[in-house]
Write a protein that binds this ligand. Structure first.
Ligand SMILES: [Zn+2]
Length: 281
């Protein structure tokens, strides 16, 4: 994918990001991913972030039919709580707007959940019974409401596929961010150790007559160390072509699949644009 990358002297500079791009994972679990992506631009990294947040589809409760609710919370409030429960599975479902049922709702575009609990009890996400065993709450221990004696909650909830560009409840990627890869330069340290005290991340130490960095990746580029150093011995800059990227999943999808889906979405968009531009001959 070619991206607009202005040159340092202001000239228009176009380059293919894929030529020199490198990816190094620092952490990759189902719920968290942290990696260094280098040889690219802030625009490209930000497009991955935006795609993760807005373009990865997921299932979420979208409609609720209440048959009985004698709890202390209104139907609307309960429906909002149900909508925010992350659901895992459902890769083969399509969004209602793209379904062959023309939006009427069918087995290809929606899943029904039933819930019937009588108090006294705390209602949890695990109490939702899915019509499709593959689509279930990502975590069964999410509390929904506490019912007292003689209170009852009976409902049917309909989950559909969507993207968070239409509603935040479809957002699987949470706490998604990136920063420039910090680069430290230390020279002629006079040993005052002011920078060590100033660093909120405690990543500087004094050893063998000079300050050293314990873990560059923990640096937030706040530059409090450079301000504290009267001798001007320490400088911290961000590498303009390397970034530390972090994302978390809400549990509805693994971080690896989350990243793959976001990149697939980017490629689809780029291909559509290329196809469109091709029509101009
Ligand atoms: Zn349908």
């Amino acid at each position: 994918m070619a991206l607009d990358h202005p040159g340092e002297d202001g000239d228009a500079g176009y380059r293919n990001c894929a030529n020199n791009m490198d990816l190094k994972f620092l952490e990759l679990t189902d719920r968290q991913a942290r990696f260094i992506i280098s040889g690219t631009t802030p625009a490209f990294v930000n497009s991955i972030r935006r795609s993760l947040i807005a373009d990865v589809p997921s299932m979420s409760i979208d409609d609720v039919n209440f048959y009985n609710n004698t709890s202390v919370i209104f139907d609307e409030m309960l429906a909002l709580r149900l909508g925010l429960i992350p659901l895992k599975g459902g890769e083969h479902y399509v969004s209602q707007s793209e379904c062959s049922c023309d939006g009427e709702g069918c087995f290809q575009c929606q899943v029904s959940f039933t819930l019937n609990v009588q108090g006294p009890a705390t209602v949890y996400s695990r109490d939702l019974t899915s019509a499709d065993a593959e689509v279930v709450p990502a975590d069964g221990n999410i509390p929904i409401i506490k019912l007292f004696k003689d209170q009852e909650l009976m409902l049917e909830a309909i989950a559909r596929k969507g993207r968070s560009k239409t509603h935040a409840k479809f957002q699987s990627a949470i706490a998604t961010s990136y920063k420039y890869l910090p680069k430290f330069t230390i020279h002629e340290c006079n040993g005052c150790k002011e920078c060590i005290e100033a660093c909120p991340k405690r990543i500087l130490k004094y050893e063998d007559g000079s300050v050293h960095v314990i873990d560059e990746l923990q640096c937030t580029l706040c530059n409090l160390c450079t301000e504290a150093c009267e001798a001007g011995a320490i400088t911290v800059t961000g590498d303009p072509e390397s970034f530390v990227f972090y994302t978390e999943s809400d549990g509805s999808i693994s971080c690896k699949d989350l990243l793959l889906r976001s990149v697939e979405s980017l490629m689809k968009t780029a291909n559509e644009l290329a196809e469109f531009l091709g029509t101009f001959g």
